[in-house]
Design a protein around this ligand. Structure first.
Ligand SMILES: [Fe+2]
Length: 279
């Protein structure tokens, strides 16, 4: 088991809509040591590496995110001093990391299947961050468990369905145009936040599209994110795409959930359109 079985019970009760804390046993895993991650940063294709200056405000404009001037490999090797954060994406491209992810996914798969349908598109992301780095306010299109391996993080998470933070139009743009995941931040959102402190061995289930921002503690941080899609997350994305298309034609679609029969028809139409586009 990767996760402590006692912590899988609260995860099952919270999934898919509420955050949940878990405990994991990967803290000393050799695939997550800095020396091994330097190698991974070197061999992954350029498209699978994202790195930024870590000295960013919470509400960073994605178009103006500064780079740090180093190679990915050097960024990881010198992470203690270069005020950066780096994401090694789709680590399942490497067979060793694919096996690691399979172990994580196997522990949660029964709960996932029962609540949101079969889990698929399981992907892994490793975050290596300098002390005090900030990952700006954003949301992600997947179910996610973030596992802390080294150092500490404060993970500030907001409810997934807070209309005051993310409007229907923003959800639609996110799915239709592959809108950048960073979100504009306002101080008035702070009252909706929950601050989750993560130390090595801790993990946090982050519900689909729960906005969050992250601040690393006083030491280098290494975290592993295991993400997946489900039948429910696919349907939500298809509905948002369909509604965005209608809105672009001057119509006002009902809020998701207000007209379930109509939502199902829109999801089927979006699926059909996607299939036609592919063929
Ligand atoms: Fe995220």
């Amino acid at each position: 088991m990767v996760f402590d079985p006692a912590s899988l019970r609260p995860f099952s009760a919270s999934y898919p809509n509420l955050p949940a804390r878990l405990r994991h046993h990967l803290t000393d895993h050799p695939l997550l040591e800095i020396d091994r991650l330097v190698v991974l940063a070197r061999v992954l294709p350029e498209s699978a590496v994202e790195y930024n200056s870590g000295d960013l405000p919470i509400g960073q404009d994605p178009a103006k995110t500064p780079m740090n001037g180093l190679t990915p490999e050097e960024t990881v090797r010198r992470i203690a001093e270069n005020k950066s954060w780096i994401v090694l994406k789709n680590i399942e491209q490497d067979g060793d990391y694919a096996a690691l992810l399979e172990g994580c996914a196997a522990d949660v798969a029964p709960s996932v299947k029962a609540a949101t349908g079969e889990m698929h598109k399981c992907e892994g992301f490793i975050f290596v961050s300098s002390p005090a780095s900030v990952t700006p306010f954003h949301m992600d299109p997947e179910h996610n468990i973030l596992m802390q391996m080294r150092g500490t993080k404060t993970f500030t998470i907001f409810p997934a369905k807070a209309d005051a933070i993310v409007t229907d139009e923003q959800h639609e743009a996110f799915h239709r145009a592959g809108g950048h995941r960073n979100l504009p931040y306002k101080d008035e959102y702070a009252s909706l936040a929950e601050n989750v402190e993560l130390s090595p061995g801790d993990a946090l289930y982050v519900p689909l599209k729960s906005p969050h921002w992250v601040k690393v503690g006083p030491e280098v941080s290494v975290s592993l994110s295991v993400t997946w899609r489900s039948e429910a997350s696919d349907a939500e994305a298809q509905l948002r795409r369909a509604n965005g298309w209608l809105r672009s034609k001057g119509l006002t679609p009902p809020r998701p959930g207000a007209a379930p029969m109509r939502d199902r028809a829109a999801i089927l139409a979006a699926r059909l359109a996607a299939r036609l586009k592919r063929s």
